[in-house]
Structures are given as structure tokens and as C-alpha cells.
Design a protein around this ligand. Structure first.
Ligand code: DON
Length: 600
């Protein structure tokens, strides 16, 4: 396996010391008066490249992006290549049968947010996951055919390539086709995930792909996917037939055979949305991020607006005081998520008001400097937002079954993209003859107002199921600019923790002066309003947690480490650009060991 270690020669042009890299990023002025930062002292250096960089969770996918860049492709060509490659080499989340978002920022300043989120089939109804007593039926929205939304990924990647790429679809799909037909070596961590995939084991078509003689593939196995290779080749030649034509017919038939709702008409009606990104500012940097149907961007901007009134650097990186005010900002922004957000094509939302600095200032006044504000009694400042459609409630769970990748090309075009099947291997269902997994994105809708979804998120009527509607997402592909130039490209998987991971990373870099690698590896914390619990990764410092507990927080640390619970949240996939030298600095998140920041 050519997994380029961070300091090895295959993708690193030059290695600077941590201190010189921090200086290069040009973002550490506010921390010069801050206490020494423990995370800056002990963590490693980023991967550096002169011209272009691709960061993803899988080394083969990152290399595929670089291959396409070197063949004359731009950042969008590379991103499309990575997206298709991940569908082969990272089947738990990379996908053809799911959906995603791609944030594109061209060197001209033009920015686009491609929304290829799944949609509810036309036959879907608001109460489709409830029993006769109106209780949510366990697993109906998460496992099997009924959980499947109309996939958007193929439409999205093809639209991106044709509209903003420069090469042909066949060129950018070539690495994925190669990985599927010639195979790749299954990493140890992936084999462990596979072994625990109970949903896959339930479906014969999935067992046929992922098992040999009744056992899941093992670490080091050579994994070829001939059905998937054939499907990729068909897409490369005639992408439209995935939605209208023979492939659409095969896909719909395979889902209907299992009792799913998806029809050829649903596939024919699927449309990518090329939306305007949401923008905000933080400490003089411009934040370009995900608009609805993601909750990610607005929750991020709202939280950062609240935090802009505090000198976080002076408080100290991950000090009890810093974690406290950040947590309180998360709590407030997530309360608004729960009450207001859904698909913008179906519901109207007070996005502009939620993003206003005056609203953030009013929220800030409600934060006690010493103790948490219980979520149960938290009251929204009056006079800013219209009354919400309803008040739901809930409990939490994190997982890492989505994936993000970031790309910057030699001309300065940037792409930040997050893609998902939702849960681990999605619904567990493989589209019969086509050889790819299908999502369980329907669980991101409100199955019942107030009932928690897979991530413990409470969901209101704004996110109720309706035919053709997109479920509310957390995915937060983001690009941070300084003086109109790209400084940081980032995003992560992790359900509701996606938003707080992106916020943690932005604060780590802009306030705490960590370099991009240190920021990726630093321990994260999360609060989502309900449940009223401050959640932290296993590496979060215990004395800080003790102090927060003493101030009144209910805390939860991921202590148990096994294949279902690695004690960490999703990998951040980040690139920064040094504003002075133009050097690219990539973070190869150490939570998972088979990712790569690849550049040249
Ligand atoms: O769109 C969403 O918010 C979820 N479907 C994302 C799922 C996810 O991140 C899974 N785990 N990492």
C-alpha cells in the first residue's frame, strides 16, 4: 500500500518546523498574548505541497485526484475523480447510491454550492415510519429498502464535471473504474468496520459483494467489484441513463423488489440544485459555506457570530472558559436548527435573521460567564425570529459514516465536498445488478416531531417527510477566505458533530493558532442543545472536563473503544494556503490511518 506518511518523500516537497508553519499561515496574531498552547507544542507538521493538494480519507482516492490534476484537470475534475474513487475504495460512505454537497470556489471568486442531496420518493408520506400507535418503528428508516431516498450523487458529480470541469467524464472516472475492476487492498480498519456491518449481512446482494464463503472480507484482501466496474463504465459512456433509461429501470426494479418506494419516475425527476453558498464573516475572514438543505452553514455562522464577541485566544486553547463559551454558542445555534430548518424548496426559513450579528449579540447576553444555561429553560431572544413551527425534544449518538474531501489546484480553484450514504454502508442494500450500496438518508427527516433521529437530533415539522423533499443535513463543506483569497478548505463527516467539528477546526486555526495538522488532530467537543450533554472525544483533557462538570455541565466522554466506537468522531479533511508563499498545507487526520494529504 502506498500510504504516503506525512513526512515521506512521495508527497511532501519540503518540511518546515511547526513554528515556522504556524508563522506561515499568518493567522496567529491574536494568540501572541495567550498562554502556551499544549496542542501546538506536541503535534506534528502538515503535509506540504507547492502547487496543488487533495485530502481525503483514502490514499487511493487522494492519489486519484492528484493523477487527474497532473493530467491537466482543475480542482473540480479532481474532486469528481475523488468522489467516484471513494465510491469504490470507501464503500461505507463513498457512494453512487447516496447524496452530497460540493462547494466550489473558482479563482475568479465565483462560488457555487452543488446540492445533490437525496430526495424522498413520490410515494413517501410524513408518517411512513410510524406504527398504528404513532410510534416510530425501529430501523424502518435506517435499514433496508424503505430507508432509501432517491440518490443524487451521480447527477451531482456529472453536473459538476460538465459545468465546471475541464476534462471528460471518462477521464475523471478512469481511476474509479480501475480500482473497481483491478481491485484494491482492504485496509485493516475498513475490514473491522465491515465485520461489524450487521445491516450488510441482512441482504443477499450485499453479502455477495462483501463476503467470501459466508465471511466478510478481511484486512489485506484484494477486493475487486466487477458489477460496480460495469456500472461505472456505463455511467462514463451514458450518464443520463442512470436517471432515465436502462440503468434507472434496473435500479428502480431492484428497490421495488425489496419493498422500497423508489420508481423510475422518481429517478427521472431528480435534479441537482446549483445554489448560492451561504456567507458570513469571523475575525475578518470570510466564511463561505453550506446553505439549506444543510443546517451546517447557518448553525456554523450563528455560532461563530456569537463567539466573535469573546477573546477566545486569551482564554487559552480548550481551557474550561473557552470550551464553556463555545459550547454555549453551539447550544444556542442548535436550538434554532431544531426549530426552524428544512428543505428551502419546501419551507421558508429566517436564515438572514439567524445570521445577523445583532441576533448573535442578543444570544451572547444570555450566556452566563461561569455556568451552563440548561437547554430546557433556554429562551430565544425576542424580536428577531418569527415563531417556530413547533418544539420538539431528544438523545445522541455519533458516527463517522460520511466522508469529506478537499481539493486546491495549481490555479487556486478550490473544492470542498461532503458525501454520504448516511449510516454505515447506508441502508445495507446493494442495488442488485448494479453493484453499489444505497443510502438510508430518509432517517435524516423528521420521522415524528420530537423523536430523535440516528444522531439524536430532534427534528421539527419544517423537516417533515414530503414527496420530492430533501432531508435536512448537517454536512458543512466550507471555505474560509482572507482578503478574497482562499485560506482554508475544510469539512468532515460525523452526523450532528460535523458542524461542531468544522467550528472546532476554524477556532483551532483562527483563534488558537494551531496549524492545520494540529487542528485536525486536536480533541473535539460537541453540544447540540438536546440532549443537554457536553460530549467530548476520548483524548479530551480530563482536568478541563472535571472543571466543566464542576460548573454544572453534564458531560459524556467516549471511553469505550471498539470497532463500533473508535472513541473519535469523523476525520477532518483540511487544506490551508500560506498567504505569503502560496504553499499548500494539508492535514492527514490521524483518527483513521488510511487517509492521505496528497500533493505536488
Ligand atoms: O446529512 C447528514 O447530516 C447526515 N446524513 C450525515 C451522516 C454522517 O455524517 C454519518 N457519519 N459520519
Amino acid at each position: 500500500m502506498c500510504h504516503c506518511a506525512r513526512l515521506s518523500a512521495c508527497c511532501v516537497a519540503i518540511v518546515f518546523s511547526v513554528a515556522s508553519i504556524a508563522a506561515q499561515t499568518g493567522v496567529q496574531t491574536s494568540a501572541q498574548t495567550a498562554p502556551p498552547n499544549p496542542y501546538a507544542l506536541v503535534r506534528p507538521s502538515p503535509t506540504l505541497a507547492r502547487h496543488a493538494m487533495v485530502v481525503s480519507i483514502h490514499h487511493d482516492a487522494s492519489d486519484a485526484g492528484v493523477e487527474v490534476l497532473k493530467a491537466g484537470g482543475n480542482a473540480v475534475d479532481a474532486a469528481v475523480a475523488v468522489g467516484f474513487a471513494l465510491a469504490v475504495v470507501y464503500p461505507q460512505a463513498g457512494n453512487l447510491g447516496g447524496g452530497g454537497f460540493m462547494l466550489i470556489r473558482m479563482k475568479t471568486g465565483e462560488a457555487h454550492f452543488l446540492d445533490y442531496r437525496e430526495r424522498a420518493p413520490a410515494a413517501a408520506t410524513a408518517g411512513m415510519y410510524l406504527d398504528a400507535q404513532k410510534n416510530v418503528v425501529p430501523e424502518l428508516s435506517t435499514v433496508g429498502y424503505r430507508a432509501i431516498g432517491v440518490p443524487g450523487t451521480v447527477a451531482g458529480l456529472v453536473y459538476a464535471e460538465k459545468t465546471y470541469g475541464r476534462l471528460t467524464l471518462a477521464q475523471v472516472m478512469a481511476p474509479a473504474i480501475r480500482f473497481a475492476s483491478q481491485g484494491y487492498i482492504l485496509p485493516e480498519e475498513e475490514a473491522r468496520t465491515l465485520a461489524a456491518a450487521k445491516n450488510l449481512a441482512q441482504f443477499p446482494e450485499s453479502r455477495r459483494i462483501f463476503q467470501r464463503d459466508g465471511n466478510f472480507l478481511k484486512s489485506g484482501d484484494h477486493f475487486t467489484q466487477s458489477d460496480l466496474a460495469a456500472t461505472l463504465k456505463r455511467i462514463a459512456v451514458d450518464p443520463a441513463s442512470f436517471y432515465k433509461g436502462p440503468m434507472a429501470a434496473e435500479l428502480a426494479a431492484s428497490i421495488q423488489k425489496g419493498g422500497g418506494l423508489l420508481t423510475t419516475a422518481d429517478l427521472a425527476a431528480y435534479q441537482v440544485k446549483d445554489r448560492a453558498p451561504l456567507t458570513g464573516s469571523y475575525r475578518g475572514y470570510q466564511i463561505v459555506t453550506a446553505p439549506p438543505p444543510s443546517a451546517g452553514g447557518i448553525v456554523l455562522i450563528e455560532a461563530l457570530n456569537i463567539l466573535s464577541g469573546y477573546d477566545l485566544a486569551k482564554m487559552g486553547d480548550r481551557s474550561p472558559q473557552q470550551v464553556h463559551v463555545i459550547t454555549e454558542a453551539f447550544r444556542r445555534a442548535f436550538k434554532d436548527r431544531a426549530d426552524y430548518l428544512g428543505d428551502p424548496d419546501f419551507v421558508s426559513m429566517p436564515i438572514q435573521q439567524m445570521a445577523s450579528p445583532a441576533y448573535a449579540a442578543a444570544w451572547r447576553k444570555s450566556i452566563d460567564p461561569l455556568k451552563p444555561s440548561p437547554s430546557a429553560t433556554l429562551t430565544r431572544p425576542a424580536g428577531f425570529l418569527p415563531p417556530p413551527p413547533a418544539t420538539p425534544r431528544a438523545a445522541a449518538h455519533e458516527s463517522t459514516e460520511t466522508t469529506h474531501f478537499s481539493v486546491v489546484d495549481a490555479e487556486g480553484n478550490a473544492v470542498s465536498s461532503t458525501t454520504t450514504l448516511n449510516g454505515l454502508f447506508g441502508s445495507g442494500v446493494t442495488a442488485g445488478p448494479l453493484g453499489f450500496l444505497l443510502n438510508n438518508e430518509m432517517d435524516d427527516f423528521t420521522a415524528k416531531p420530537g423523536a430523535p433521529n440516528m444522531y439524536g437530533l430532534i427534528q421539527g415539522p419544517a423537516n417533515a417527510i414530503a414527496p420530492g423533499k430533501r432531508p435536512l443535513s448537517n454536512m458543512t463543506p466550507t471555505i474560509v477566505l482572507k482578503d478574497g483569497k482562499v485560506l482554508l478548505v475544510l469539512g468532515s463527516p460525523g452526523g450532528s458533530t460535523i458542524i461542531t467539528t468544522v467550528a472546532n477546526d476554524i477556532v483551532s486555526i483562527l483563534d488558537n493558532s494551531l496549524n492545520v495538522q494540529q487542528a485536525a488532530d486536536a480533541p473535539r467537543f460537541h453540544h447540540q442543545y438536546l440532549p443537554d450533554v457536553l460530549q467530548v472525544e476520548k483524548s479530551f483533557p480530563q482536568p478541563v472536563l472535571d472543571a466543566l462538570k464542576a460548573s454544572g455541565y453534564a458531560v459524556s466522554r467516549i471511553n469505550e473503544v471498539d470497532e463500533k466506537n473508535p472513541g473519535v468522531w469523523g476525520d477532518s479533511e483540511m487544506i490551508t494556503i500560506d498567504p505569503n508563499s502560496g504553499t499548500l498545507l494539508g492535514a492527514d487526520d490521524q483518527r483513521h490511518k488510511f487517509g492521505k494529504a496528497a500533493g505536488y
